[in-house]
Each structure stands twice: as C-alpha cells, then as structure tokens.
Design a protein around this ligand. Structure first.
Ligand code: MD3
Ligand code: FE
Length: 206
C-alpha cells in the first residue's frame, strides 16, 4: 500500500498500488470481460477509427459512431448488456475514490504499440463531483495533463503497470491524453500492449 500519492495538477497518482499478483488477477478478469464484450475501434463523429480499442463493463459503456459520443447500455456489435464490473476492479474504487456512489462504467482501453489518445476532456458523464479512477496494466503509457481549456502548458508522466490515478476535484475536467506507449516495458501481457481501465459514475445524483 503506497503511503501517499504523487499529485500532478490535482490528479492523485498512486504508483504501484497493485502488486504483480493483483495485476495478473485483474488482467484475467478483464480477459473475461472482453470475451463477452469484444474490443472494438470506435469511429469518431468525424469518421476516423480511433487507434485505441475499447470495451466496457458495468451498466454503461462509452460508444462512438457517426452519430456522436454517448453512454450506452448495450455493446454496439452484440447488442447485449455489458458484463459486470469485476470485484477486483470495484475494490480499487472503494479504496481510493472517496465517493459514496459506485461506478456505473468501467471503460476498457487497449493500446497496441501504435495507439495513442489525443488531448480531450471527459465530460459525457452527469456527475462531475464523482472522480474518474484510472488503472494502468501492461506497457508504460506517457500520460499528459493540461488545463481546463485546450492548449497552454502541460505536464507529462509515464504511467506503469499497477499505477492508479484518481481524477477528482480540480482535475476532473482537465484536458488529458496518452502520447505514446513504450513497447517492451512490461512482461505482464505476453503479446505486449497496455490496458487502461477508467471507472466512472455516469448518471446524475439523485
Ligand atoms: C484526467 N484514458 O479513457 S487514464 C479515457 O490511459 C482516458 O487510457 C487515458 O483518458 C488512458 O478517457 C488516461 C487517466 C485519466 C482518466 C480520466 C481522466 C485522466 C483523466 C478524467 C479527467 C481528467
Ligand atoms: Fe479521458
């Protein structure tokens, strides 16, 4: 258990929160999720396939197509509800979120060595008092965090397997992204790549 987090622009970064065994067990749980809800490459409203492949667990998944971005209760290809959020993942929310509502979405992002995620805000949710909790597994990803509007100075940090980031308060609506993956930087996944899980509350407070 890390004693205290690194703070970067209001984001709390718990380096090495999950040990190797916990990472392996969580990865197995995520394999079960993506077997039921296959990873896909969302198409942006501008018609471009994203380089990150995505799936989800929980009541909602985040989907994107020519009609726009939204949360959906069904997988866009299978048409079935998303799998439950694994207990191993829920335990991280309980330990670190500091929030009274449970997450309603666990977005699963898979990065191959070429994938990246451009700078964006997460604002499709309806309870911005709830933090977003992010769990990194596998190869390192270069995380960049900026401001509440596009542009300006940014800070960067490599996220490693087992790191957990809590984006709450001032950090919740900051622009952020993943610039690149460091191939070969982890042995967790035999074929390489990076998995990022983000836990989100989607619906408005009661
Ligand atoms: C900062 N994912 O799924 S996780 C995303 O590593 C996303 O896959 C990245 O951005 C990834 O939307 C970054 C860290 C993170 C997650 C949510 C945030 C940073 C955040 C929400 C608000 C501000
Ligand atoms: Fe994001």
């Amino acid at each position: 258990m890390g004693a205290s987090p690194l703070i970067l622009r209001g984001a709390s970064i718990w380096q090495g929160w999950l040990d190797r065994d916990a990472q392996s067990m969580m990865l197995q749980d995520i394999r079960d999720v993506v077997r039921k809800a296959p990873l896909l490459r969302p198409i942006t409203p501008r018609g471009q396939a994203m380089s990150v492949r995505m799936s989800a667990a929980g009541r909602f998944g985040w989907v994107s197509d020519s009609g726009g971005y939204r949360y959906s209760e069904q997988h866009p290809q299978t048409g079935t509800p998303w799998p439950e959020i694994p207990h191993s993942v829920m335990a991280v929310w309980t330990a670190l979120s500091g929030y009274h509502r449970p997450p309603e979405c666990c977005l699963v992002n898979f990065y191959d060595s070429q994938a990246r995620m451009g700078m964006h805000q997460d604002r499709d949710e309806q309870d911005f008092d709830a933090p977003v909790v992010s769990i990194s597994l596998g190869e390192k990803g270069l995380f960049r965090i900026g401001n509440h509007t596009r542009g300006g100075k940014t800070d960067s940090l490599w996220l490693s397997s087992g790191d957990v980031v809590v984006m709450g308060g001032d950090a919740r609506l900051r622009y952020h992204g993943i610039d690149r993956i460091q191939p070969g930087s982890s042995t967790l996944m035999p074929n390489g790549g990076r998995v990022n899980l983000t836990l989100r509350v989607v619906t408005p407070p009661a």
